[in-house]
Design a protein around this ligand. Structure first.
Ligand code: GRF
Length: 184
């Protein structure tokens, strides 16, 4: 069976959703997390999923901590890397090594609103373009080939909190779907 590593930095609601799906034919073998206090670590612990937690400041540079990540991935025979709210940019070298084996979920209808504040940016822009995109990761942030995406329209004049909730719910539907598609 395919071994998946999820990379996450925060709450971990996508991580939780993915590991609870019974219809994904893969092992969620490892959580990689760059924040020692992130909630996502509690979710992994409760579900007996191995974690590799590191602090970038304990390393001399990005290459050093990424080498450590690679060691852990190799130890755990990881086949696919799933980014779910991982708030660091992977180096070109790392991305090249795992070409077509890293996917990400982004809370916008790409190529609209790349970057860390996608939902706020979309809301403030007022063009009513919301959505979720699952894509391969290449060296350009939020720029890799799109695997699947869905648009959301704010027809009911929802507040930013309400539209954010809708976007997250769409994520919980699209990410498992995309992963299943790739596994097939
Ligand atoms: C999600 O909105 C995802 O699209 C983005 O980061 C957020 C992570 O949320 N890349 P969570 O930690 O899964 O709750």
């Amino acid at each position: 069976m395919i071994n998946i590593a999820v990379f996450a930095s925060g709450t971990g609601s996508n991580f939780k959703n993915l590991i609870n799906r019974k219809d994904i034919n893969a092992n969620f073998s490892l959580l990689v997390c760059d924040k020692k206090k992130a909630n996502v670590i509690n979710i992994a612990n409760k579900n007996n999923i191995k974690t590799f937690v590191f602090s970038p400041k304990d390393y001399q540079n990005k290459e050093d901590y990424e080498n450590h990540i690679i060691e852990e991935l190799e130890k755990n025979n990881i086949d696919l890397i799933v980014l779910a709210g991982y708030m660091r940019i992977l180096s070109k070298k790392f991305v090249k090594k795992y070409e077509n084996k890293i996917i990400n979920i982004h809370p916008s209808y790409l190529p609209y609103y790349k970057g860390a504040k996608a939902i706020t940016d979309a809301y403030e822009d007022g063009k009513n373009i919301f959505g979720v995109t699952v894509h391969y990761v290449n060296e350009e942030v939020d720029g890799g080939k799109i695997i699947i995406q869905e648009k959301l329209e704010n027809t009911e004049n929802l507040s930013i909190e309400e539209i954010t909730e809708k976007i997250h719910n769409l994520e919980y539907k699209l990410y498992p779907y995309a992963i299943k598609m790739l596994l097939n």
